[in-house]
Design a protein. Structure first.
Length: 435
C-alpha cells in the first residue's frame, strides 16, 4: 500500500471541486460523507474562499436567539452561535430574572487597543526608555499618519508606554502603543502602526526590533455589567430564595479560592460571550484569550487566577452579580463586514457601535454565569443540559425525526442518557410499532 503524503504542491491553486475530490480519495470518503462539504443554499463559495485559504466547504453552527435581555434600559434579542445544548435557554432564563430586578447595567471604557514593539540588545535600558518617551509626540504622529481615516473618526494612537523587562535572554524594551480603534476590532490598524514605528523605536533604543504586533490582553478596552437577581425568584421546590442565594455564594466562593473550579467558572461565562462574538463575526479566539489572561493578570493575594464575575448579597437579601472583562470587538472590518449571517445578526441586535456591543457581551456573560451557578447550587448542571443532549444522543442512535421525542422521553425518565440505551429503546419501539 502506497503511503499517503500531505505534501501537495499547488493545493491552493485547485478549484473547490478538485480539492474535494482529492480529499475524498485521500480519506476514502463515501459519497454521502463527501456531500457534507457542499455549500448550503444562500452561501457564496467565492465569499468563503476570500475569507480563508484552501476552502473545501463550510460547517454550520446553530444560531439561537436569547430572549428577555434588557441592558441600560434597552431591549435586545441576542443571536448566539454555539453547539452546546442549554446555553441559549439558560441565558434567556437568567435575563428574565435580571429583568425583574431592573435589567442589566453596562458600561465600557474607550475602545483602546495595545500594540507591542519588542526591542532587544539595548545597552542602556533606562536611558533608552527616556529617549523613546522624549520622542512620544513624533512617534504618535508617525503612527497616526498610517491611518488617517481612523483619526478622522475620532480614533488613532493616543499614547505610548515603555516597559523594561528582565528576561532569561537579557533585558528587553517593550513599547506599548495605545490606539483608540473606535468601532473596529483594531488588529490591522494597530499592527500596521507598530510595524511602521519599529525602526524608529529600535534606533532610539539603539537595539533591534523583533515583535511588532497587537496584544489580545486588552486591559484598556474593558466592559462591565451588573444585575440584581431578586431572591424571591430563585426559590425551587426544595429550597427557599434566601437558601439559593447562600448556595450560589458558596459555589462562587469555591471559584475564588480554587483554580480548578475557577477555570470552569470562567469557561461558563465565555459560553455566552463567545457565542455572541462568533454570531457577529468577531474573533472569539482573541476574546477567549484576553478574558482568561485578564483573569490571571488581575488576580491578587497570591491567587493564580480569579473569577471574572463577583457575587454579593445586598441589604434586602437579593443576589447582586458583576462582571468585568476585556472586549475587543468591532462592527467594521473582518467577517463582521462581509459574512451575510454575521451582518444579519448585528442588525437583529440593533447595536449602534462597538462599545454598545461590548456592554451587551458583558451582560450575556454575567447571565450565563448566573444561570450555571444557580443550576449547580440547586438541581445540578446535568438536568437541563442532559435533557437537551438527549436529543443529540437519540439522533446519533439513528432515531428518525418522528421518533426523537419518544426516545428522549424514555432516556430522561430512566436517567440513562447514553447511546447504547438509546439504541435499545429504538429497537423496542420499532418491535412494538404496528405493522
Amino acid at each position: 500500500m502506497t503511503e499517503r503524503s500531505s505534501e501537495i504542491s499547488g493545493f491552493y491553486k485547485l478549484s473547490v471541486a478538485e480539492r474535494r475530490a482529492l480529499l475524498r480519495s485521500w480519506a476514502g470518503l463515501t459519497e454521502e460523507e463527501a456531500r457534507t462539504y457542499e455549500f448550503p443554499p444562500g452561501v457564496d463559495p467565492g465569499l468563503l474562499s476570500r475569507m480563508i485559504e484552501n476552502v473545501v466547504g463550510s460547517i454550520a453552527v446553530p444560531v439561537g436567539i436569547a430572549t428577555n435581555f434588557r441592558v441600560n434600559g434597552k431591549d435586545y434579542l441576542v443571536p448566539m452561535a454555539i453547539e452546546e445544548p442549554s446555553v441559549v435557554a439558560a441565558a434567556s432564563n437568567a435575563a428574565k430574572v435580571a429583568r425583574a430586578g431592573g435589567g442589566f447595567h453596562a458600561q465600557t471604557t474607550d475602545p483602546v487597543m495595545i500594540g507591542q514593539v519588542q526591542v532587544l540588545g539595548v545597552a542602556d535600558p533606562a536611558g533608552a526608555r527616556l529617549r523613546i518617551l522624549h520622542a512620544r509626540e513624533d512617534l504618535l504622529a508617525r503612527a497616526n499618519a498610517k491611518d488617517p481615516m481612523l483619526v478622522k473618526f475620532g480614533g488613532g494612537a493616543r499614547d505610548l508606554e515603555v516597559r523594561v523587562i528582565p528576561t532569561p535572554r537579557g533585558t528587553m524594551i517593550v513599547v506599548h502603543l495605545l490606539v483608540d480603534a473606535r468601532d473596529a476590532g483594531g488588529m490591522n490598524a494597530v499592527n500596521t502602526m507598530c510595524e511602521a514605528l519599529a525602526p524608529e523605536i529600535a534606533r532610539l533604543a539603539r537595539g533591534r526590533a523583533v515583535l511588532r504586533i497587537i496584544s489580545n490582553l486588552a486591559v484598556e478596552r474593558l466592559a462591565r455589567a451588573s444585575a440584581t437577581f431578586p431572591s424571591k425568584l430563585l426559590a425551587t421546590e426544595n429550597a427557599t430564595g434566601p437558601e439559593v442565594v447562600e448556595a450560589i455564594l458558596d459555589a462562587y466562593t469555591l471559584a475564588v479560592v480554587d483554580p480548578f473550579r475557577c477555570a470552569t467558572h470562567n469557561k461558563g461565562i465565555m459560553n455566552g460571550v463567545s457565542a455572541v462574538v462568533l454570531a457577529t463575526g468577531n474573533d472569539f479566539r482573541a476574546i477567549e484569550s484576553g478574558a482568561h489572561t485578564y483573569a490571571a493578570y488581575t488576580a491578587k493575594d497570591g491567587a493564580i487566577v480569579r473569577p471574572l464575575t463577583t457575587y454579593e448579597k445586598d441589604a434586602d437579601g437579593n443576589l447582586v452579580g458583576t462582571i468585568e472583562l476585556p472586549t475587543a470587538v468591532g462592527l467594521i472590518g473582518g467577517a463582521t463586514a462581509v459574512h451575510p449571517t454575521a451582518k444579519a445578526n448585528v442588525k437583529v441586535l440593533g447595536v449602534q457601535g462597538a462599545q454598545e456591543l461590548a456592554g451587551l457581551l458583558a451582560a450575556v456573560g454575567l447571565a450565563q454565569n448566573f444561570a450555571a451557578l444557580r443550576a449547580l447550587a440547586t438541581e445540578g448542571i446535568q438536568r437541563g443540559h442532559m435533557e437537551l443532549h438527549a436529543r443529540n444522543i437519540a439522533a446519533t442512535a439513528g432515531a428518525r425525526p418522528e421518533e426523537v421525542d419518544a426516545v428522549v422521553a424514555r432516556l430522561v425518565a430512566e436517567h440513562a442518557i447514553r447511546i447504547d440505551r438509546a439504541r435499545e429503546v429504538l429497537e423496542e419501539m420499532r418491535r412494538m410499532a404496528p405493522r
